[in-house]
Each structure stands twice: as structure tokens, then as C-alpha cells.
Design a binder for this molecule. Structure first.
Ligand code: DHB
Ligand code: MG
Length: 246
């Protein structure tokens, strides 16, 4: 027999508790955003431009932007590669973590998105250090070998080729570089076994599996978007695959 939780008064108590927890999570999220990741005009204008251009509002959260900055600064990033510019919102966070003389190269397949991203970076005063290259990432990546190594690679583009983006990220980085990929949790879909048979979920699942087991990487992923359903996979490129364990 199920315990009293089937009783109507208990169900309403449980509902009230869930509501209370949801309010508390929203309050914590708002406070952390205010404290660690306030958006200035340039970031907000990037979101307005994204909306005005009828682009999907699928950019990273402010705290994720701040996390990218923490990671970029932790690895002394002077050269950053972004795969998928969208409206330039994450590009602003990334480029702001660069020292003077640093460089962000952001790859974008959509002409419209690239134009919006360039305008957002320009408004943020970052055109001297941030560049959007238009075209298919799978075609541009092989042309970047003479600009490598990149200190940080941020992957946030179409999901089916994530494993191929990882291959390129590994080719274009150095020991100590950081590789970050967005959407590696996606409501748990890519973590299920067996994995659902759609190309995006398969791409993300293979990415998660590879970064969690590749001896060249030390990786972690945890939920970090505003409703705890998605997040980055974060990987550090090891000095040598045979050197100890983290
Ligand atoms: C989608 C893509 C993203 O990069 C994201 O962060 C959220 C959603 C999408 O294609 O649906
Ligand atoms: Mg994303």
C-alpha cells in the first residue's frame, strides 16, 4: 500500500513545498546572477539584437558566460576558438576575458547570425580582438592549424557533429587548454542508455562518452542552466595521457 502521500491534504502540502523550492531556486539564481554575472548594456543589446532578428533565444546564461571567463583566465587564454557564434552574446563574455593582444575567432554558418554577432561585438568595443568567420565549421576548422594552438575552445553549434568538433578541438589545442561544450546534458537525453536514435542526441551522447573516457582529457559536466536541465561539459587537456590520474 502506498503511504499517506496519496491523501489530498498531503498532495497539496507537497505541492506547496515544491513551489517553495522553485521560488527558492529562482531567488538563488537571481542573486548569483546579480552578484557574479551582471549584464551591461552591450550584453543586453546582444540579446535585443538576437530577438529583433528573430533568432532563437538559446544563448548561454550569464553565469555560464562568467564561468567561461573564469576558465579562460585560469588557463591564461590568449587565443580562443568558438564554434557557433549565434548573436555574439557568448563571444562578448569570451572576448572580455582576453588580455590585450588576445584573439577570439568565432565560427558561424548563418550569414544572418554572423552579421548580428559582428554588430554585437562591435557595440561591445571588441572588434579589435574578436572576429566572426562565416562558413561551415567543418570546412573552416582544417584551415585553422596555422593559428593553433587555441587555449580555450567553446563548442556551441549544431549537435550531430559534436564528436568531430571534439576531434578538431583536440588537434587545435595544447596541454592545459580547456575545451567546453554546451548542451551536454539536454534534459538527460544524451545520458540515457540506450540512447535515443536521433542525430543530435547521438552526437551529444558520443561527445559525453568520449570526454569522460579519453585519457587525454580530465572532464566534468553538471547541470548549470537556469532550470538545472542542461549544462557544459568542461575538459582540460592533460600534459600527457600516461601521467597519473586526477
Ligand atoms: C539548441 C541549441 C543550443 O546551443 C542550445 O543552447 C539550446 C538549444 C537547439 O538547437 O535547440
Ligand atoms: Mg547551446
Amino acid at each position: 500500500m502506498t503511504p499517506q502521500s496519496d491523501q489530498p491534504e498531503d498532495i497539496s502540502q507537497q505541492l506547496e513545498q515544491l513551489r517553495q523550492e522553485a521560488r527558492q531556486r529562482a531567488e538563488i539564481d537571481a542573486a548569483l546572477n546579480r552578484l557574479f554575472a551582471p549584464e551591461d548594456d552591450a550584453l543586453q543589446l546582444a540579446l535585443t539584437a538576437e530577438h529583433d532578428a528573430e533568432m532563437p533565444a538559446i544563448q548561454i546564461s550569464p553565469l555560464q558566460g562568467r564561468l567561461l571567463q573564469v576558465l579562460a583566465i585560469a588557463c591564461g587564454a590568449r587565443k580562443i576558438l568558438e564554434i557557433g557564434a549565434l548573436a555574439g552574446y557568448s563571444g562578448i563574455w569570451l572576448a572580455r576575458a582576453l588580455p590585450s593582444g588576445g584573439r577570439l575567432i568565432s565560427l558561424e554558418v548563418s550569414e544572418k547570425h554572423a552579421a548580428v554577432a559582428r554588430a554585437s561585438l562591435e557595440r561591445a568595443g571588441l572588434s579589435d580582438r574578436a572576429e566572426v568567420r562565416l562558413g561551415s565549421a567543418l570546412e573552416i576548422l582544417p584551415t585553422l592549424t596555422n593559428e593553433a594552438p587555441f587555449d580555450l575552445v567553446f563548442i556551441d553549434a549544431d549537435k550531430p557533429p559534436y564528436p568531430t568538433y571534439l576531434d578538431w578541438a583536440l588537434k587545435l589545442t595544447r596541454p592545459g587548454s580547456i575545451i567546453v561544450a554546451d548542451n551536454c546534458i539536454r534534459g538527460g537525453k544524451p545520458l540515457r542508455v540506450p540512447v535515443e536514435d536521433d542525430p543530435a542526441t547521438r552526437g551529444l551522447s558520443e561527445y559525453d562518452h568520449r570526454v569522460s573516457t579519453d585519457p587525454r582529457l580530465v572532464s566534468v559536466a553538471f547541470p548549470m542552466d537556469d532550470n538545472g536541465m542542461d549544462g557544459f561539459a568542461i575538459s582540460v587537456v592533460r600534459a600527457g595521457a600516461s601521467e597519473g590520474t586526477a
